[in-house]
Design a protein around this ligand. Structure first.
Ligand SMILES: NC(=O)c1ccc[n+]([C@@H]2O[C@H](COP(=O)([O-])OP(=O)(O)OC[C@H]3O[C@@H](n4cnc5c(N)ncnc54)[C@H](OP(=O)(O)O)[C@@H]3O)[C@@H](O)[C@H]2O)c1
Length: 308
């Protein structure tokens, strides 16, 4: 199976492209990117690769734009329309245009997979699609943002203020220079939109999510929770039958399965037959995200071989 890779940063390891029928020496490309900041041949763009290269599968790992989904949305649409499978870790296009893209994939008899978009290495999509197949999914709740979870853990464990914990998260590389997306709950809300639309077939957008972040949470609130053997976590929750789609800081018993530490993510799925199933793992990181992408690629390889 021939693969086109768009995005060569933390996950995909720019913008210049390489097209080679004889294969690509990845070590040489990595060295060139390190030395020059470019991985390919000036003059060959990502769009050239997508539209002119001979490939079966596009791995799309460019930066996320949660409002427009671009440029990834155009890349993915083009690849699917040309009958290519797509794997992406990019939340933008899946949150913005899941139904359009999945219809296009079905029409062209190709796969669109996006395991890495929700909770990085945690195989939540495959658990929902395969492991829990046949169950009615009643509710999904979880810790969907590792940066917020790290900040809350440090505030509770070490008595740090929100600002001190945020500064520490930045120094350790867990928080961006501009942490707005994370601490205001927007990143977690995008993941809820993806789950709501893909699991229940809803047509939700970010505007439908009731969002409260952790940026105005005080140490006093955490201390109060601590006195009751509880703590506070930023919890995302979807209960379609009750029209609940929200992200908010919640007081949780310390022994609750969703009370995970540090940068971990956790997702609890409430089902009719299997009961509650909880998955815990790393929600970000280049290797962890690559793990989810590779599992999608291997899934597609099997599908591709069976189809041909
Ligand atoms: N890192 C994680 O832990 C993680 C976890 C889950 C999901 N994700 C998602 O995975 C995607 C990739 O993340 P990342 O951390 O690898 O990002 P990154 O380090 O910023 O890398 C992005 C790559 O895309 C390239 N790029 C930028 N604009 C482009 C364009 N218009 N056309 C083609 N290529 C373009 C960049 O090229 P230059 O190098 O030339 O700028 C870079 O190689 C994002 O959507 C992110 O949200 C990441």
């Amino acid at each position: 199976m021939k693969i086109a890779l768009i995005g060569f940063g933390s996950v995909g390891r720019g913008k210049s492209g390489i097209i080679s029928a004889g294969g690509i020496d990845m070590r040489a490309v990595l060295d060139r990117k390190k030395a020059t900041g470019m991985c390919g041949t000036p003059g060959i763009s990502a769009w050239d690769v997508i539209t002119t290269a001979d490939y079966d599968l596009l791995i799309e790992v460019t930066p996320t734009d949660a409002t427009t989904g671009e440029p990834a949305l155009t890349y993915i649409r083009e690849a699917l329309a040309a009958g290519r499978h797509v794997v992406t870790s990019n939340k933008g296009p899946i949150a913005v245009a899941f139904h359009e893209l999945s219809r296009l994939a079905a029409e062209k008899n190709v796969q669109l997979r996006y395991e890495a978009t929700v909770c990085g290495a945690v195989p939540i999509m495959k658990a929902l699609e395969h492991g829990l197949a046949g169950n009615e999914i009643i509710k999904i709740s979880g810790v969907f943002n590792g940066t917020c979870n790290y900040i809350l853990t440090r505030m509770a464990d070490e008595g740090l203020t929100y600002q001190q914990a945020l500064m520490e998260a930045r120094e350790l590389g867990y928080a961006e220079a501009d942490p707005t997306y994370d601490v205001q709950g927007i990143d977690a809300a995008i993941k809820l939109v993806i789950l709501a639309n893909t699991v229940w077939g809803l047509s939700t957008t970010l505007d439908d999510v009731d969002i409260t972040g952790i940026d105005s949470l005080t140490l006093a609130a955490l201390e109060l929770a601590d006195g009751q053997e509880c703590t506070i976590r930023l919890i995302g929750e979807i209960i379609p039958k009750k029209n609940i789609l929200r992200i908010s800081p919640r007081i949780m018993p310390k022994n609750h399965p969703l009370v995970v530490s540090g940068t971990l993510n956790a997702v609890m799925v409430d089902t009719d037959m299997a009961g509650e199933v909880t998955l815990i793992g790393k929600g970000a990181g280049s290797r962890e995200t690559a793990s989810a992408i590779i599992s999608d690629v291997l899934f597609i390889r099997d599908y591709h071989v069976k189809r041909s």
